[in-house]
Write a protein that binds this ligand. Structure first.
Ligand code: ATP
Ligand code: MG
Length: 446
């Protein structure tokens, strides 16, 4: 009889079952989102600690706004013709039929918070910072996610060019403190609304002659958001733009003066910059100064920081006339650059508590309370492993010492302390656990 010969060996079936199990769909995070695991969290805490220290010196204070806002906030501030509002927002209708959006950026929410909480009543310049997740429905790639984080600052309440200089200087100080050095600062002035509108019209008039030669994206933007065409990476489009009108020529003397003062002070501070007359930001609320900090690393997502002045945003949202300036750094993009340079500092406990037969005695609970009081980190073994195995694990973890409790210690009313550095062991009487803690404190210091 012909047919398929099924091997009699049960291993064959075990292998098939294993394969089927592997194929079972493992739960994954949503596309464009990812988990930050404990090994990486050190970098996040480090960035936040360094940045908040520097910002505190300049009197910047942390602000936390909600993750969700009314969709209308972003439509009114970022602008209807922008990519963020048109394509990238996570919108939903809640049970109360409200249109809600997961915040795609921080400035609009802070402007709203400034108005809602009447922060203007204090009549001082408000200097604020935030580090928060943001959400944009984009095509995920290296350095571009759907949930990402921005570290941002806002200097609210001054039209002085020195405020522009202050925020740019702080961005540099933070990047330098984080050992992110291989970057360049590009700066431009996009003037005020009136100047921009005049320029927009002449840009449209010029580009209309070349509509068919423009890249597809630029063709679409010609009537919705023509300024963004300046940003196009397409070589043909850039060639066309080269002979076109320049936004700078449409700036009035006072706009130019503001820009020149910013540049002058950046030079005075020896902050290198290049003027990029084609630099426009993707959000409608910016005016006058616009800037970006780009890494020289050759990956596509090379903008790590974007910012600028937004003098009419707060008024536009119903608040008082409050000129402001700020920026946001993409934390994931920054991490990609600095992660290799920063030494990974694994947070290993100081002491490992090993017990025989996995029997957690009351004496151990007492020791643990003392360790907590004295700020000594520990890990208590919950596995049912032999003492030998526990000690091996402690060694692998890199702890400095082991507290050992076996039947020997119970019988002799003592605790053994083993230093892993030289394998020295010392016994401490249970009636004098304080001595053991003191010893651990000195081990912790070394
Ligand atoms: P890009 O041109 O790269 O899309 P953008 O102009 O949309 O940037 P901004 O809105 O100015 O970016 O945001 C400030 C910074 O936030 C960016 O420079 C970048 O570092 C970071 N960022 C923006 N979008 C993302 C994203 N989808 N994933 C990771 N980081 C992002
Ligand atoms: Mg974008």
């Amino acid at each position: 009889m012909s047919g398929v010969r099924i091997p009699s060996c049960p291993i064959f079936f075990i292998k098939i079952i294993n394969k089927l199990q592997v194929r079972k769909k493992v739960m994954q995070p949503l596309r464009g989102t990812r988990d930050v695991l404990p090994d990486e969290i050190f970098f996040w805490q480090y960035i936040q600690a360094r940045a908040s220290n520097i910002l505190a010196l300049a009197n910047y204070h942390e602000i936390r706004t909600p993750m969700i806002e009314s969709t209308s906030l972003f439509k009114r501030s970022i602008g209807n013709g922008t990519d963020i509002v048109n394509k990238e927002m996570y919108n939903f209708i809640d049970q109360g039929a409200r249109e809600i959006t997961l915040k795609p950026e921080g400035t609009a929410s802070i402007a709203r918070a400034f108005i809602s909480n009447k922060l203007y009543q204090e009549n001082t310049i408000k200097r604020l910072w935030y580090l928060s997740p943001m959400f944009r429905y984009e095509r995920p790639q290296n350095g571009r996610q759907r949930q990402f984080h921005q570290l941002g600052i806002e200097c609210i309440g001054s039209s002085n060019p020195m405020a522009d200089v202050e925020v740019i200087r702080l961005a540099k100080s933070i990047l330098d403190a984080l050992e992110c050095s291989n970057y360049r600062l590009e700066i431009n002035s996009i003037g005020n609304l009136e100047e921009r509108n005049k320029y927009k019209q002449s840009l449209i008039n010029y580009l209309q002659r070349y509509t068919n030669d423009l890249d597809n994206d630029s063709q679409k933007k010609l009537y919705t958001n023509p300024l963004k065409i300046l940003d196009s990476k397409n070589i043909k489009t850039q060639e066309i733009l080269y002979n076109g009108p320049s936004l700078y020529n449409y700036l009035t003397a006072s706009s130019k003066k503001h820009f020149e003062t910013v540049c002058e002070y950046l030079s005075y501070l020896k902050i290198n910059y290049t003027t990029n007359y084609n630099l426009v930001r993707g959000l409608d609320y910016y005016n006058y100064t616009a800037f970006e900090i780009k890494t020289n690393n050759t990956n596509n997502q090379n903008t790590i920081c974007g910012g600028g002045r937004y003098d009419s945003l707060i008024k536009q949202l119903g608040g008082p006339d409050t000129p402001s300036v700020g920026w946001a750094i993409g934390v994931e993009r920054l991490l990609l650059i600095i992660q290799e340079k920063l030494k990974l500092q694994k947070l290993t406990p100081i002491v490992y508590i090993a017990t025989e037969d996995n029997f957690i005695r009351k004496e151990i609970l007492e020791i643990i309370q003392l360790l907590e009081k004295r700020n000594i980190s520990y890990e208590l073994d919950f596995h049912n492993h032999s003492l030998q195995k526990q000690l091996k694990k402690a060694d692998k973890m890199g702890v400095k010492a082991c507290i050992i409790l076996r039947s020997y210690e119970i019988m002799n009313k003592c605790i053994t302390l083993k230093k892993l550095e030289n394998s020295e062991q010392e016994q401490f009487s249970m009636s004098n656990i304080n001595q053991l803690i003191q010893q651990l404190e000195s081990i912790q210091k070394n």
